[in-house]
Design a protein around this ligand. Structure first.
Ligand code: FMN
Length: 267
């Protein structure tokens, strides 16, 4: 069994970056890959719908089929990453199975009469209501569910010393390449491998200020962050310094690009 070095939760959250340079020669151990997938499997799911799925592959031949149906800036990522995941949602899990999953939640005491749940309510009220939602609404909700699963997968990869980058692609064409049936919809791709760049990439990528993102009580009423809490989160390594294009970072990017036969940065 692999000897996994346990990492602190706050440090993992703070050390996650989108890694875009991987060591193609270093495969991901099967146990680590399974850990990443299991993390997605046990993520929170709407009504426990279990509608998120992924196709997993490592071979060059499938990569070649994928490359023409992703944005051009994702091709190098796919070339370098030893593992690719194609995340998709399965609408049938919602329309055909959600009521059964809710009943299971009822049977294990997760949802209870204290909150208005009963087997009859699930069967006579929740089932017809949930299964009457239009596909656009279901896709929207399940995209959120897939985001939760992907986030858990990504953080687990980071905890295991791996790097991850999500990537977009042309949905219908990706469905064609991977044979997804009509009731399934591609969400995002994910590249995983050992980072060839410093996994901390010179700092956390800039975000909008806290008060521009969070409002207190109503829209547009900025909520302010607490300097003491910020200091605590810095101590925990969850908040880290912001990334800049330093001469060292530029040198790193160009050295890796050169090694991988990719264009170097000259601006
Ligand atoms: C759903 C999703 C899709 C993304 N798609 C791409 C992509 O197609 N190509 C890419 O290079 N990065 C992609 N990213 C990574 C973002 O660009 C990245 O998260 C953002 O620049 C912030 O950097 P950080 O992840 O290192 O904090 C995606 C991220 C998310 C969450």
């Amino acid at each position: 069994m692999l000897d996994i070095e346990r990492r602190d939760f706050f440090d993992v959250i703070g050390s996650r970056r989108s890694v875009r340079y991987f060591k193609p020669w270093k495969p991901v151990e099967p146990e680590k890959l399974e850990a990443v997938l299991q993390a997605a499997r046990i993520a929170s799911h709407m009504g426990n719908a279990n509608a998120v799925q992924a196709i997993v592959f490592t071979d060059k031949e499938t990569k070649e089929k994928l490359k023409p149906v992703v944005s051009t800036f994702n091709v190098a990522i796919i070339d370098m990453a030893p593992v690719i995941l194609i995340w998709f949602i399965e609408r049938d899990a919602w329309y055909k199975e959600i009521a059964d999953h809710l009943i299971e939640l009822y049977h294990v005491g997760a949802v209870n009469p204290s909150h208005g749940w009963s087997a009859e309510f699930i069967d006579k009220s929740a089932r017809p209501r949930l299964t009457s939602f239009p596909t656009e609404a279901v896709d929207f909700m399940l995209s959120c569910e897939s985001g939760m699963a992907m986030a858990q997968a990504q953080l687990t990869a980071v905890a295991l010393g791996l790097g991850v980058c999500s990537f977009a692609g042309v949905g219908p064409k990706i469905s064609e390449v991977f044979g997804l049936p009509d009731h399934c919809r591609f969400v995002w791709g994910m590249a995983i491998g050992y980072p060839a760049e410093d996994p901390l990439t010179g700092g956390q990528r800039k975000r909008k200020p806290f008060e521009k993102i969070f409002s207190r009580g109503k829209y547009g009423n900025p909520m302010h962050s607490d300097p003491k809490a910020v200091e605590m989160l810095k101590q925990l390594n969850m908040l880290q310094g912001e990334a800049h294009l330093t001469p060292q970072r530029l040198e790193e990017i160009n050295a890796i690009s050169k090694m991988m036969g990719l264009p170097e940065r000259t601006d």
